[in-house]
Design a protein around this ligand. Structure first.
Ligand code: NAP
Length: 295
């Protein structure tokens, strides 16, 4: 039987450290604050928003929410983002996507200041992941995958890693992060030939396809570590990952469950980014007061 890599355990450990960091910030007069921007009433967005609010509040992070109807004009959203960029009390902003079809996703996501881009949606943050420069913030989900690997001491150096999915929010940045961790990485998508055989070659398999139960015994080999990013609601309303749990449990060595896996760690990573954004701002305020610019 595979060993479960509990995301809840990883998140609980993270939350302890994060709460201590918030305490220190509050003692310096800074209350870290996340602003959540949501357009429309998509169930997934509302669920993520509720989880993020609960987790942040538990850790001591303040949360503001701005909600727009699906019919909102793009200009309204851009105005709010401009206000967020200039609001010194807000340290991070989470913009729920995808946006409605009449909005220009590239324009809107890049309107956010990279210093407040706590879910890695701007081109600057993406370049930071690509080049490893630490500009902006990486997307929370792939960072959560890495956090799980670290917590359970899964060393990726020299390992064959396969990532299923190439989206900008999950698969692609996960692959880049694995490369930085010295894995030899293959990225798969809908045009990959013989996906099961490619997946069977993986020592670390990260699945972010959004297809409930797609990865079954045919994709798995003994000894693998499997990270299931998928969050899918099946016809009966049950939450399911991309990996067929029964197959994985009988074949793989380690597997993250859904729920209680990557998703729960993702929310804590979001909280960590807000705290980091607040700490970066505090540091730059100290630096500019110690070294005032010459007029
Ligand atoms: P997405 O934008 O739809 O991307 C899915 C990717 O998987 C695409 O690259 C697609 O290939 C590939 N794919 C889909 N079906 C495939 C198949 N049958 N064989 C091979 N590749 C396939 O989805 P996403 O935003 O990355 O999300 C993926 C999943 O992760 C969803 O279930 C989502 O709910 C979940 N998610 C979880 C978290 C979390 O915190 N746990 C966060 C974000 C997303 P093409 O590029 O060829 O289309």
């Amino acid at each position: 039987m595979a060993t479960l890599l509990s995301g809840k355990e990883v998140a609980a450990k993270l939350n302890e450290t994060l709460a201590a960091r918030v305490c220190a910030l509050r003692n310096s007069g800074v209350v870290p604050c996340l602003c959540i921007l949501r357009v429309g009433e998509r169930e997934n967005d509302i669920a993520y928003e509720n989880n993020a609010m609960k987790r942040c509040e538990k850790i001591g992070i303040a949360v503001k929410t701005l909600r727009f109807p699906t019919s909102a004009a793009q200009g309204e959203l851009l105005e709010s983002m401009n206000a967020i960029n200039h609001d010194n009390d807000i340290h991070g902003c989470l913009l729920m996507r995808p946006l409605p079809g009449h909005m220009d996703d590239n324009l809107i996501r890049n309107a956010l200041h990279p210093q407040k881009d706590v879910d890695g949606i701007t081109d600057v943050s993406m370049a930071g992941v690509y080049a490893g420069t630490g500009c902006g913030f990486p997307p929370c989900t792939p960072e959560a995958c890495m956090e799980i690997l670290d917590y359970y001491h899964v060393d990726s150096t020299g390992k064959r890693a396969v990532v299923v999915g190439r989206s900008l929010v999950a698969g692609r940045p996960a692959a880049l992060m694995l490369i930085r961790r010295n894995a030899t990485v293959t990225v798969c998508h809908t045009k990959t030939a013989d996906l099961p055989s490619v997946c069977r070659q993986a020592e670390i398999l990260i699945v972010a396809a959004g297809r409930a139960g797609m990865v079954d015994q045919a994709y798995l080999t003994p000894g693998q570590t499997v990270i299931d990013v998928g969050i899918n609601v099946d016809a009966s309303g049950t939450l399911r990952g991309d990996v067929n749990m029964e197959s994985a449990q009988s074949v793989s060595a380690f597997i993250t469950p859904v729920p209680g896996g990557v998703g729960t760690v993702t929310v804590s990573i979001l909280a960590r980014h807000v705290i980091e954004a607040a700490q970066r701002r505090l540091l730059s305020a100290h630096t500019s007061s110690r070294f005032p610019k010459h007029k």
